[in-house]
Design a protein around this ligand. Structure first.
Ligand code: PRP
Length: 183
């Protein structure tokens, strides 16, 4: 059985992601200048591929840092518990911060992140997310850059996992229900 046999359908193709990453980067290039010297915070693990592609299309000077947050454990639904597994190396006080997420679903993780960052007193904070699932939102969150809105389906690939697998798929796909129902 190949990894691809677990995919019900491709929701967003590799080519569509590539094209959108470029236009999203152009939106950000229109806002920031070298003087802003923003720091992009990649929220691991899901955002690693998005950040890697996105950063290569940004034309202003910027820095990168990484933070690992986990809220889902190995299941398909949020446990409601958000934990910092790896904290930033940088001090972001007085800095222009851009949070980079792979997906905003209920909004609970991002709410936690934004509260946590507020305490670090950045000069500004914006959020970029590749995907947003508005139908699942439990708490409203400010999203400044959104790649795609997706329906309420179990999405995997391009960084997004199920049970830590499928992150390497180059597209955003929908997982066959029998895969997670039998887990
Ligand atoms: C995912 C995703 C977001 C969060 C969104 O992370 O990367 O951080 O869930 O869900 P929410 O809006 O319902 O809070 P996950 O905990 O699966 O960790 P991962 O990125 O390491 O896969």
């Amino acid at each position: 059985m190949s990894l691809l046999d677990d995919v019900e359908k491709v929701l967003i193709s590799e080519a569509e992601i590539k094209e959108r990453v470029v236009t999203l980067a152009a939106e950000m290039n229109a806002i920031y200048t070298d003087d802003d010297l923003p720091i992009l915070i990649c929220i691991l693990k899901g955002a690693f591929l998005f950040l890697a592609d996105f950063t290569r299309h940004l034309t202003f000077r910027h820095e990168l840092d990484f933070m690992e947050i986990s809220s889902y454990g190995r299941g398909t639904t949020s446990t409601g518990t958000v934990r910092i597994l790896l904290d930033l190396a940088s001090d972001v006080q007085g800095r222009n911060v851009i949070i980079v997420e792979d997906i905003v679903d209920t909004g609970n993780t991002l709410t936690y992140i934004l509260r946590n960052f507020a305490a670090r007193r950045p000069a500004s904070i914006r959020v970029a997310t590749l995907l947003s699932k508005p139908s699942r939102r439990q708490v409203e969150v400010p999203l400044d850059f959104v790649g795609f809105e997706v329906p309420d389906e179990f999405v995997i690939g391009y960084g997004l996992d199920f049970a830590e697998q499928y992150r390497n798929l180059p597209f955003i796909g929908v997982l066959k229900p029998e895969v997670y129902q039998n887990f």
